[in-house]
Each structure stands twice: as structure tokens, then as C-alpha cells.
Design a binder for this molecule. Structure first.
Ligand SMILES: N[C@@H](CCC(=O)N[C@@H](CS)C(=O)NCC(=O)O)C(=O)O
Length: 231
């Protein structure tokens, strides 16, 4: 087996928020990997055999030396624990709980609001020739404010969401927030009320891992359960 073959493979798409979360973990750890593009928009959906990797047909999925995994959070944790490189999870129980709380709130509350209800409606809908659903956007604005408020409260006066060092919480948050901030004005106007979070964003947005994994904004992250893709 060549060194090339031993690289872990991430199955996903460059436009996908959740694929990017896993890519950021790989980049931060300095793990060489191969991105195998999965077109979840192909007529008829992703290739049938992709469902053997991910029974719910989502991206990303992952394989390392015969070990298969799906769910971005699990992939990121495996990458952190299974490879050398700077630790991405704090050892301290409370800092680790803070990291896990942040990841959980991002999945449960932020992704749908920031990405689907605001970014997709503001950016993707017009690009696809559809008027944004203004009622959906309006309803999402206070929820987005609550997300930024919660992240800001968790951050406190620390440089990173779990405390003194970069963690998987920061890597989980940034892909969603990058897309959210593209949506004028709802994605930009709240930030002056959260100056510490704004400084956190400026710091993480400059990291080589983030710069190495750009998301083409013409892409779109498909809808979470119960939502019809808006673009
Ligand atoms: N819980 C999953 C969420 C993954 C997810 O929703 N990925 C989106 C792309 S960012 C997707 O594959 N959507 C396909 C669909 O909704 O059919 C994870 O953490 O990996």
C-alpha cells in the first residue's frame, strides 16, 4: 500500500457546512486526506453505494484504514483522538463540557436558523430565481440573535469557545457563521452587539485551516430533516 492509499478519505462536498467541519479538524491536525466528492444533488440522489457509507444519505462520511464513520462531530473527534497533532479537545472536564455544549447547540439551534432560514433565503433563493421567504427570514432573526448571544456568553473573555485553546467547538461554529455573514443585512447587522464574538470570528477566519477550505457560495447545504431545500 502506498502512502497515498493510507490517507483517510472524507466523502463530501466543498460547499457543505458539515463536510467543512470535518475538513477543519483534519487541517488543524495536519492530517493528509483525500476529499472524495459526493454529489448529493445528482438526479436520483447520491450514488446508491454511498448509502452503505451513510445510511441517511448525508455528507460527510469518512474512512480510515477500513474504519468507516459518519456524522461530522464523530469524525472530528476521531481525527483528534486518532492522529498526532495539537489536541482539539480540552482535557479539563468543564472546558470539555463547554465544548460539547457548544457543538450541541450549533447542531440543534444554529444550523437551521443561520444557514437555512437566513443564508439560503437571502443568497441562494435569489440566485435560483426565487424570492426569499421574508416571513421565514423575519422569524429567524431573533433566533439568530439568540444563537450569537449564546455563543458570545460561552466565549466570555476567552479567545476560543472552550477557553484558552482552539477546540472542536470553534471548528464546528465557523462554517455556519461564514455563510450566515454573507446574508445582508440579517447576517451582518447583529455583530456590533457582540464585539467579543466578532473578534473571535476575525481570529478564526484567518486560520490556515479556514483559508484552505473555502466554500463556494454558489453551493448550498441541503435541508435538514423536515425542510424543503430552498434553492
Ligand atoms: N448530523 C449530520 C448532518 C450532516 C448534514 O446535514 N449534511 C448536509 C450537508 S451540509 C447533507 O448532507 N444534507 C443532505 C440532505 O439533507 O439530504 C452530521 O453531523 O454530519
Amino acid at each position: 500500500m502506498t502512502g497515498e492509499d493510507e490517507r483517510p478519505v472524507l466523502f463530501g462536498a466543498v460547499y457543505s457546512v458539515y463536510t467543512r467541519i470535518a475538513r477543519l479538524a483534519l487541517e488543524e491536525k495536519g492530517v493528509p486526506y483525500r476529499l472524495s466528492e459526493i454529489d448529493i444533488f445528482a438526479p436520483g440522489g447520491p450514488p446508491a453505494d454511498y448509502l452503505t457509507r451513510h445510511p441517511f444519505g448525508r455528507i460527510p462520511a469518512f474512512e480510515h484504514d477500513g474504519f468507516r464513520l459518519y456524522e461530522a462531530g464523530a469524525i472530528a473527534r476521531y481525527v483528534d483522538e486518532g492522529f498526532p497533532g495539537p489536541p482539539l479537545q480540552p482535557a479539563d472536564a468543564r472546558a470539555r463540557a463547554r465544548m460539547n455544549q457548544t457543538i450541541s447547540l450549533l447542531d440543534a439551534y444554529a444550523y437551521r436558523t443561520l444557514v437555512w432560514d437566513i443564508f439560503v433565503e437571502r443568497i441562494r433563493a435569489p440566485a435560483a430565481g426565487r424570492a426569499p421567504d421574508e416571513a421565514k427570514v423575519r422569524a429567524a432573526v431573533p433566533k439568530a440573535e439568540a444563537c450569537l448571544g449564546a455563543l458570545s456568553a460561552i466565549l466570555g473573555n476567552d479567545p476560543w469557545l472552550a477557553g484558552a485553546t482552539l477546540s472542536l467547538a470553534d471548528l464546528h461554529a465557523v462554517p455556519m457563521l461564514i455563510l450566515f455573514r454573507l446574508a445582508e443585512p440579517e447576517g451582518t447587522s447583529p455583530w456590533p452587539r457582540f464585539p467579543k464574538l466578532q473578534r473571535w470570528f476575525e481570529a478564526i477566519a484567518r486560520r490556515p485551516s479556514v483559508l484552505a477550505t473555502p466554500s463556494p457560495i454558489e453551493g448550498v447545504c441541503p435541508a435538514p430533516d423536515g425542510l424543503t431545500p430552498g434553492a
